[in-house]
Design a protein around this ligand. Structure first.
Ligand code: ASP
Length: 333
């Protein structure tokens, strides 16, 4: 008679699926991005047609924890959560116990006591989102950690490009300016490469990290290189992240003269993007910023529906944040 063997694993209750986070674009596969962009598009349509509020996340709690200034990201996450009927709480470092020196770990434990479903965090230090993931039971969304990642910015940029140009695959995007200090550049290089776009980084050598081509992009130190692109993505000069005394560029005036995106440096029909906030007259000429081919306001509009899609995706089906979830499972996050 055949022996029946019961494996010990079979006797265990099924494991809970790992908690999903969105910490880096590296957490996503191409399918995940396509699903998120599709969900954002559905939300956009439904908001056009029906009431602005959907009952989808009723009873869920979303906490926005911002340790760095923000206008677009914090407002759009808050509105996104409200449009989906979630309860929201917004905590800024100024005016909270962070001012009194509370550590991020203690703040995370405190907020975790309310059992939030999602914590959206922006922090000047790389790795802060993983720390909050370790000390709370919430799904974590990275809204910018130092110069590392800003995944929802990259997703809203992909969404804007796709809506405007009909595709991402095969497009050529030039990312211009202060790549060295930019989390937006890092997230966008990864996201655009994942979706099949060609990326050229353009800027002065001190602002382009050595070896960055390994992320799947090209580099040019000639501003004229932007003319070849379908989309020109202008980065802000991140003065707050530049080390004091370090001379990345001789002066902002000289930077504007040599690297500023002006009407003369563009080809008719090229689309221009900027994550905001803009330094008009430094990295971008005001005429370019206000021209019909600038997609800057559209990026802000996309931010709302893309962040609705991210919240929805994390709290319903998945898998957003595959890599981050795996990290968490092995105790590294
Ligand atoms: N708002 C974007 C960020 O938080 C871009 C910028 O600040 O230049 O990274």
């Amino acid at each position: 008679m055949a022996e029946i063997r019961v494996m010990r694993e079979d006797l265990l209750p099924p494991k809970e699926p790992p908690r999903r986070h969105l910490i880096s674009i590296g957490d996503l596969q191409r399918d995940d991005v396509e699903r998120l962009l599709g969900t954002a598009r559905n939300f956009e349509r439904s908001l056009e047609r029906e009431l602005k509020k959907l009952p989808t996340l009723r009873g869920k709690t979303v906490v926005n924890l911002f340790y760095e200034s923000s206008t677009r990201t914090s407002s759009s996450f808050e509105l996104a959560a409200k449009r989906l009927s979630a309860d929201t709480m917004s905590i800024k470092s100024t005016g909270s116990s962070v001012d009194k020196g509370e550590s991020l770990k203690d703040t995370a434990l405190t907020l975790g006591a309310y059992d939030p479903d999602v914590i959206v965090i922006r922090h000047p230090q790389i790795g802060a989102p993983q720390l909050v993931a370790r000390y709370t039971g919430a799904h974590i969304v990275n809204a910018g950690d130092g110069k590392h990642q800003h995944p929802t910015q990259a997703l809203l940029d992909l969404y804007t490009i796709k809506e405007e140009l009909g595709r991402i695959d095969g497009l050529h995007v030039a990312i211009v300016g202060d790549v060295l200090h930019s989390r937006v550049a890092r997230s966008n290089i990864q996201a655009l490469a994942l979706m099949g776009a060609r990326v050229t980084l353009v800027g002065p050598p001190p602002l382009i990290p050595r070896g960055i081509e390994a992320m799947g992009c090209e580099v040019s130190y000639e501003i004229d290189a932007i003319k070849a692109a379908d989309v020109v993505y202008v980065l802000r000069m991140q003065r707050e992240r530049m080390q004091e005394g370090a001379n990345y560029v001789p002066s902002l005036r000289e930077y504007a003269a040599r690297w500023g995106v002006t009407p003369e440096r563009l080809r008719p029909g090229q689309k221009v993007m900027h994550p905001g906030p803009m330094n008009r007259g430094v990295e971008i000429d005001p005429v370019v910023a206000d021209a019909a081919d600038a997609l800057i306001e559209q990026q802000v509009r996309s931010g709302l529906v893309v962040r609705m899609a991210v919240l929805y995706d994390l709290l319903t089906h998945g898998p957003a944040g595959v890599q981050a979830a795996a990290l968490h499972e092995i105790g590294a996050a």
